[in-house]
Design a protein around this ligand. Structure first.
Ligand SMILES: *Cc1c(COP(=O)(O)O)cnc(C)c1O
Length: 220
C-alpha cells in the first residue's frame, strides 16, 4: 500500500477529535511530501538536527511535533518554530523551553511525559511528581510555556489488558486535573502497535510512524 493509502486507512479509523501525528523520523523528505500531498500537516520527529533540517526544507504550513527525548542544550534550535513538544520530562527542561520561547517572543505548547509503563527505562514524571509540579509556584511563573496535556508510552508488551490499564490510568489522571485546569485537554497516547487501544482509552493525539511509512531502518 502507498503512504497515501496507509494514511487514509488510519484516518478513517480515527474519531474526528483525534489528531494524527505522522512520525517521520529517519524517513526522507520525499516520503514526507507524499504524506503532505495527501493532506497530512502534523509530523513528529525525534532528533533535533533532523527536525531542523526538515523544517527548513519542507513547506512552512507543517505543524512540527517534537516527540523524542529533548536535551536542554538543544531547545534553542527548535524553539523558533516547534508546534508542540511532547516528551517534556523535567522541570529543568521546562525552564529552558520557557527561556527560549521568551527569546523568540512565543508561548510554546508542551505535554508533560508521564511514566506509566512497567519498564525502568522510560523517561517521565510519575503521577505524584506531575501533580506536585502543576500546582507549584515554579509553574505559575513560567509564562512562555503552555502545558496542554500529557504524553506517555505504554509498556512494550503483547498484553493488551496491561496496555489498556496503563492508558486508562493516564486518562483518569487527565480528567481529574482538567476539571481544575481547563488548558489540559490533550492526551498523546498510541503508536502503530497500540493506537486502537489508546483511542478507546481517551487519546486525542496518536503518534504513528511505521504503519504509515513502513518499518524504519537505522544506520549509524
Ligand atoms: C517512533 C515513535 C513513535 C512511532 O512509532 P511506530 O511504532 O513507528 O508507530 C511514536 N512515539 C514515539 C515517542 C516514538 O519515538
Amino acid at each position: 500500500m502507498s503512504i497515501k493509502e496507509n494514511l487514509l486507512h488510519i484516518k478513517h479509523s480515527l474519531p474526528a477529535h483525534v489528531t494524527l501525528v505522522a512520525v517521520s523520523k529517519t524517513k526522507p523528505n520525499e516520503m514526507l511530501m507524499e504524506a503532505y500531498d495527501a493532506g497530512q500537516r502534523d509530523f513528529g520527529e525525534n532528533y533535533v538536527q533532523e527536525l531542523v533540517d526538515k523544517h527548513e526544507q519542507l513547506p512552512k504550513d507543517i505543524n512540527w511535533h517534537f516527540i523524542g527525548h529533548l536535551q536542554s542544550n538543544k531547545v534553542k534550535y527548535i524553539a523558533p518554530f516547534v508546534h508542540l513538544i511532547h516528551g517534556v520530562d523535567s522541570v529543568k527542561l521546562l525552564e529552558e523551553i520557557n527561556k527560549q520561547a521568551q527569546k523568540n517572543k512565543r508561548v510554546i505548547n508542551c505535554l508533560l511525559q508521564i511514566y506509566i509503563a512497567q519498564e525502568e527505562t522510560k523517561f517521565g514524571f510519575s503521577f505524584e511528581e506531575c501533580e506536585h509540579f502543576l500546582y507549584s509556584e515554579i509553574y505559575s511563573q513560567l509564562k512562555h510555556i503552555n502545558i496542554i496535556g500529557f504524553m506517555a508510552m505504554a509498556s512494550n508488551t503483547d498484553d493488551k489488558q496491561q496496555i489498556k490499564k496503563e492508558f486508562h490510568s493516564l486518562n483518569e489522571f487527565l480528567k481529574k486535573h482538567s476539571a481544575k485546569n481547563n488548558k489540559l485537554t490533550t492526551l498523546s497516547i498510541g503508536m502503530s502497535s497500540d493506537y486502537k487501544i489508546a483511542v478507546e482509552e481517551g487519546s486525542t493525539m496518536v503518534r504513528i510512524g511505521s504503519t504509515i511509512f513502513g518499518e524504519r531502518i537505522y544506520t549509524s
